[in-house]
Design a binder for this molecule. Structure first.
Ligand SMILES: NC(=O)c1ccc[n+]([C@@H]2O[C@H](COP(=O)([O-])OP(=O)(O)OC[C@H]3O[C@@H](n4cnc5c(N)ncnc54)[C@H](O)[C@@H]3O)[C@@H](O)[C@H]2O)c1
Length: 360
């Protein structure tokens, strides 16, 4: 019989429940520990989910003294850095919730800890497990579009602002740009092969979050609910991305890749207030090109599937731990989009274009 994989969970809030649900469906996985900084919260979590074999801790450092194979990090964004570095340095493999971090310096430190210890740091972008996401990447990488020079991505909820830890600067660090913007960025950058960003010019606002008509915690709303950025990359490529948690509009448009030989339009899956932000599946895909002198647009048949994307991300992490494989979605790669988010926050604050300096 295979040796069980021993898992610990850091942060016992909303998304930790989703992690537990997936781990429970995977053979030979034991949830042996849960930690939360709020005294008694982990204990309550363990009891409410009948995790009879799990120990509860009020400190992640105490939990990390246990013999664990892997940890899921499910804390608010600002705590991703300290918990990840501590877990990696304590010899654990890490599945970290998105966004990777708030600042670029934090992301650099996290990747450094993974490199120095040889322990895995994978970032939980479940949309990567939609085969249609891979299809988009394959088309962009195939050369069919020629030289790709402009990409537009992002999306918006007409109304879909979270509350609690997500709107606190001290806990979330950033708002919509990091929370759902990270999905749009991953969708586009992954298809492009994660090119090197050079500069970013961004604008953010929070007219909805700070208005008590629109948000019940308006007086505590400290982050952006809208943002737009123009990012310049090496090799004459620019990307515009825009995000809203709330707006007076139905959509912020499709994702599009413009190339010298063709264009690709990709719609997000689903409709409604909470859709269209690339946190789920890919919708319709259309290829625009000229054929025998005619301007044509061709629907690209999507790949039918019934995958549960969140389950796939957790299972892939467990399999990678079991098989000693490298990180499925490596921190090293996501560091590049973290550099962009860091640039967005700096640029919006300084009201001017800023440079992005990658460590390597
Ligand atoms: N992948 C997805 O679909 C998805 C969905 C929702 C949230 N998330 C991400 O998951 C993270 C958590 O979101 P949430 O909705 O569960 O938040 P939450 O506020 O409901 O829960 C976070 C928990 O972490 C605890 N915590 C904070 N610092 C800690 C520390 N140092 N050690 C241990 N516990 C600590 C808090 O007390 C809280 O109980 C966020 O980064 C968010 O972006 C991902």
């Amino acid at each position: 019989m295979a040796k069980p994989i021993r898992i610990g969970i850091i942060g016992s809030g909303g998304i930790a429940h989703a992690h537990i649900r997936q781990y429970k469906q995977i053979a030979d996985v034991e949830i042996v520990a849960v930690a939360d900084v709020i005294p008694g919260k982990a204990q309550q979590f363990v009891e409410s989910l009948s995790l009879t074999d799990a120990q509860a801790f009020d400190s992640h450092r105490a939990m990390l003294e246990l013999d664990l194979d892997g940890v899921s990090i499910c804390t608010p964004n600002v705590s991703h850095h300290v918990t990840t570095v501590d877990a990696l340095r304590a010899g654990k493999q890490v599945l970290l919730e998105k966004p990777m971090s708030v600042t670029l310096d934090e992301a650099i430190d996290m990747v450094q800890a993974s490199k120095e210890t040889g322990n895995m740091l994978t970032i939980g972008f479940q949309p990567r497990y939609d085969p249609n996401m891979k299809l988009v990447g394959d088309i962009v990488q195939s050369g069919k579009l020629g030289k790709v020079y402009y990409v537009e991505t992002g999306g918006g909820r007409r109304r879909g602002m979270p509350g609690g830890t997500f709107i606190s600067k001290a806990l979330a660090g950033a708002g919509a740009m990091a929370d759902i913007g990270c999905y749009s960025l991953d969708m586009a950058l992954n298809a492009l092969g994660y090119p090197r960003p050079l500069t970013v010019s961004a604008f953010t606002s929070n007219h909805f979050g700070t208005n008590p008509i629109h948000h019940p915690q308006a007086s505590q709303f400290e982050v952006e609910d809208f943002g737009v950025a123009l990012v310049r990359f090496e090799n004459d490529l620019v990307l515009q991305f825009k995000i809203s948690w709330a707006m007076h509009m139905d959509t912020l448009g499709s994702t599009m890749f413009l190339g010298s030989e063709g264009g690709l339009k990709v719609n997000p899956f689903g409709k409604g207030n909470w859709s269209g932000v690339w946190d789920g599946k890919v919708g319709d895909i259309t290829l625009f090109h000229d054929f025998m002198g005619q301007q044509t647009s061709t629907p690209v048949p999507g790949i039918e599937h019934d995958k549960d994307l969140f389950f796939e991300k957790v299972r892939d992490f467990v399999d990678a731990v079991r098989e000693g494989r490298p990180a499925p979605i490596p921190g090293e790669q996501i560091l590049i989009q973290q550099a962009i988010i860091d640039g967005v926050l700096r640029s919006a604050e300084q009201r001017r274009e800023v440079e992005i300096k990658l460590p390597y």
